[in-house]
Design a protein around this ligand. Structure first.
Ligand SMILES: CC(C)(COP(=O)(O)OP(=O)(O)OC[C@H]1O[C@@H](n2cnc3c(N)ncnc32)[C@H](O)[C@@H]1OP(=O)(O)O)[C@@H](O)C(=O)NCCC(=O)NCCS
Length: 149
């Protein structure tokens, strides 16, 4: 079942994201960052356990970002990622955003949902503020992808 995240989910969300971060597939997230952005998050719950998550962040007047999309390895390829990204896209539309972007090491997954590759410099400067604090800066291999809504 997909639903908006609750405070009690945060630890499981962090464990999920950081397990992939250890494999260099995602960026790690601190508890502080997750609590601050709790209301951005969607979770997929099964048997009272968080097995997937995604987040929609409002960046600017017409721009939103999909962040922290992850599904526990055991449950991948069961359409859960599709439901999580679709929830973010639909939420962005409801909010009146014109564009949604993602920074990812998995561009092929996002392309299935109408995202296309853009240059990092096509995104506003504000987006890069977060990058300065990343251990991978400035040698980041993440691909920037954008979808018009
Ligand atoms: C990317 C991810 C969220 C996809 O979740 P998922 O639940 O497996 O996705 P779905 O089952 O909805 O997949 C839908 C389709 O997308 C494609 N797809 C899924 N994972 C893919 C991948 N890793 N690479 C390319 N295409 C992929 C497939 O065509 C799939 O359909 P199929 O299984 O019928 O072939 C998941 O693999 C994951 O958590 N990866 C580790 C974290 C990560 O890399 N996150 C990326 C965003 S930062």
């Amino acid at each position: 079942m997909i639903r908006k995240a609750r405070i009690k989910d945060i630890k499981q969300i962090q464990d999920l994201i950081n397990s992939f971060a250890k494999q260099n597939l995602m960026l790690p997230r601190s508890l502080n960052e997750l609590y601050d952005n709790l209301r951005d998050f969607w979770v997929f719950e099964k048997n009272n356990k968080v097995i997937g998550c995604s987040a929609l962040h409002v960046c600017w007047q017409d721009l939103t970002e999909v962040k922290s999309l992850a599904v526990l390895k055991k449950y991948q390829r069961k359409n859960i990622g599709t439901q999580l990204i679709t929830a973010c896209i639909e939420e962005a539309k409801k909010l009146g955003a014109k564009k949604i972007f993602a920074l990812t090491y998995k561009p092929e997954f996002f392309k299935k949902f109408g995202f296309h590759k853009v240059k990092h410099s096509d995104l506003p400067h504000k987006i890069w503020a977060e990058c300065i604090n990343c251990p991978k800066f400035p040698n980041c291999q993440e691909v920037a992808l954008l979808k018009k809504l």
